[in-house]
Design a binder for this molecule. Structure first.
Ligand code: FMN
Length: 293
């Protein structure tokens, strides 16, 4: 879209919207979303999750019947539902990347969204997108017109997730090793992409992304620092997917889209680095390397 607001502005504007106006998404916006979804299918690891917008065309919400969100969401006019193949390398990272692109697009045309990795009825959502035997729905997103006032329960959820809070730069970003300090003022235009990662949504706002910049080179190593027992507990109790891997895909999306907007070219590679003193529960995922043409 020629008139799309800049990505950084869109990322700053996005928030998890849990209270909507009970009004259908307009035809024009629905078409824009359908086209965007059909044109942006593949993630950086080359898997292709399937996504579909399920939206009510009238206030009677027939299309949304049974799509339970356990009271977390009020009056969403639709959902973006996706599915991906089970037990496949990088399936969840790509899922996070592709869904976040859709979410940022929806934000750029003025709609509200909220990622849902736990608060959705897995079987009814799976039925809606007709998951095949080897597929599953790791998370969905509510979508609709943003209500001007939040419900009390919405405020409580935001407060308990400390939704407006983000970890400090020095807890997330490092130079050369996890002991090296990375100062934003020393890395030219890359402070933008890193700041946009910091603003990304993440499951329970755990912000599991850690990034090391190599010395004197624009090479950024992405690590997942897991929250202890988060996946194991949520899988056992609520059959949740490994959402912190989804978070990593979201972070990659914010980083790459911001680089693109700033005209910085680069590519993703997977080359396990030799980093000494890895913190506990921390695992390498991927590297972004600047390419100079
Ligand atoms: C993968 C993922 C799953 C999430 N699952 C839920 C959920 O089940 N219910 C919910 O209310 N919020 C959910 N969220 C939203 C987060 O709580 C939210 O992103 C975080 O608190 C930061 O707030 P913000 O998005 O407003 O910046 C999820 C976010 C992500 C990225």
């Amino acid at each position: 879209m020629d008139t799309a607001p800049p990505v950084m502005e869109t990322i700053k504007r996005r928030f998890s919207c849990r209270t909507y106006i009970d009004k259908p998404i307009q035809d024009k916006e629905r078409t824009l979303l359908d086209v965007f979804i059909s044109e942006n299918k593949t993630g950086p690891f080359n898997t292709t999750p399937r996504f579909q917008l399920i939206a009510a065309k009238t206030e009677d919400h027939d299309a949304l019947k049974g799509l339970g969100t356990y009271g977390f969401i009020k009056d969403a006019s639709g959902f973006i539902i996706g599915s991906t193949v089970r037990d496949f390398d990088y399936n969840l990272e790509d899922y996070g990347y592709v869904m976040e692109r859709i979410i940022l697009f929806a934000t750029s045309i003025g709609l509200g969204t909220c990622w849902l990795g736990g608060s959705f009825n897995k079987s009814t959502f799976s039925q809606k997108i007709l998951t095949k035997q080897d597929e599953f729905v790791p998370a969905v997103a509510a979508i609709g017109n943003i209500a001007s006032k939040r419900r009390f329960c919405d405020k409580v959820i935001r407060w308990s997730a400390k939704a407006t809070k983000r970890k400090q730069w020095n807890k997330l970003y490092f130079q050369e090793t996890f002991d090296g300090i990375l100062l934003p003022e020393t890395i030219d235009s890359f402070s933008g992409p890193l700041e946009m990662v910091r603003l990304a949504p993440s499951a329970s706002n755990r912000q599991p992304w850690r990034i090391i910049k190599e010395k004197d080179q624009n090479i950024f190593l992405f690590f997942l620092q897991r929250t202890k027992n988060y996946y194991e507990r949520n899988k056992k109790m609520f059959k949740m997917a490994d959402l912190q891997r989804v978070d990593m895909g979201i972070a990659m999306c914010h980083f790459e889209l911001t680089c693109n907007e700033l005209g910085i070219k680069g590519k993703w590679v997977v080359e396990e680095p030799e980093i000494k003193n890895l913190p506990a529960l921390t695992k390498y995922l991927v590297t972004w390397v600047e390419t100079i043409e």
